[in-house]
Design a protein around this ligand. Structure first.
Ligand code: ASP
Length: 323
């Protein structure tokens, strides 16, 4: 078990909830886990997941790589706010894993009486210890969701996570997984040790100004444009945003277009506002990938290569992230 903080481990500090429980204290809340498997725990950091970023994903993946041969599976306890980003990042950093890496957390602290923490933790270990489990997944509120497909879609309810444009892999009933999808187990894992954190997400909104590129041109290697609907860029009569995007691409940087609509993905060639982008240079399209997968995959691709090679890595499917 790799404990990283989050609400699941939080207590009220007087200045708001903050992670305070140790991994051992958390495990002690769910004694039935000991009947299922032997658990060793590490706690590389204790954070509200708001504070988690690329360096933490590399640290978690590094622990998994170092300890891979000693354990049959890995449960990562994590705050819910950025859990989907961590799940996606780990899906790129630890590929083709025949052993399961399972992320879980809770909406209410483990020490509260009506908490979802005990069930989520018990379910995470039950899935992790199951013969059929492999690869990176989120286990939450009885659902097993693919790491590249998870998204936090509710801030308060126990069913906080949804699987976007892909079915749940399994459900847990009375602590046993029932599979909807038989996943192919990876042969041997491939670990990656680098990410490029200099990626920016530009959400378009009516009236967006081109001057944002003054910053983007000098501060990032990769850009994800979260555009409207099927995808496109506003022209506003002067085409300034198109010009600035062209300039950004001419510096050898990578641009991915996605949509701010939660489901069904982008289709950039549908409308003139989207098709016109093709004249700006080579633009990648995230299609049905989640934003979390798009951002972390771009960090991963740019961490391994630049230019055409990074683009090829980005478009290659990993863990059913793109169709
Ligand atoms: N702010 C918390 C976190 O992400 C929320 C949670 O865990 O549910 O760490």
């Amino acid at each position: 078990m790799i404990a990283t903080g989050g609400t699941i481990a939080s207590k009220n500090t007087g200045a708001g909830l903050a992670p305070a429980m140790s991994a051992k204290e958390l495990l002690a809340c769910v004694p039935e886990i000991a009947e299922l498997c032997r658990v060793q725990e590490v706690q590389p950091f204790t954070l509200d997941s708001t504070n988690i970023r690329a360096e933490h994903w590399l640290e978690i993946a590094g622990i998994i790589e170092r300890e891979y041969d000693r354990f049959d599976g890995f449960v990562v306890t994590h705050g819910t706010d950025t859990m989907a980003y961590t799940a996606a990042a780990l899906s790129y950093l630890v590929q083709n894993s025949p052993k399961p890496v399972v992320l879980t957390g809770s909406q209410k602290s483990a020490y509260l009486r009506d908490t979802d923490a005990r069930k989520n933790l018990a379910d995470a270990f039950a899935y992790c210890a199951d013969e059929g489990a492999s690869g990176v997944h989120v286990v939450f509120d009885g659902s097993v969701i693919l790491g590249t497909r998870a998204k936090k879609t509710r801030t308060k309810s126990y069913n906080a996570f949804s699987s976007i444009d892909y079915p749940d892999i399994a459900v847990l009933r009375d602590g046993k997984p029932f599979y909807y999808i038989d996943e192919e187990k990876g042969g041997s894992p491939v670990f990656y040790r680098t990410l490029d954190p200099d990626v920016f997400v530009l959400k378009t909104f009516p009236g967006i100004k081109p001057e944002i590129f003054d910053y983007l041109d000098t501060h990032c290697d990769g850009l994800v444009v979260e555009s409207f609907g099927a995808g496109g860029l506003p022209d506003y009569g002067d085409g300034a945003l198109f010009e600035r995007l062209k300039g950004f691409l001419s510096k050898g940087k990578t641009v991915v277009f996605t949509t701010q609509v939660e489901r069904e993905g982008s289709a950039l060639d549908t409308y003139e506002v989207g098709r016109k982008l093709r004249a700006c240079g080579r633009i990648l399209e995230a299609r049905c990938m989640t934003l979390e997968a798009t951002v972390t995959k771009l960090m991963w691709a740019l961490g391994q290569a630049r230019g055409a090679e990074a683009e090829e890595l980005f478009l290659r499917p990993v863990g059913k992230d793109i169709f």
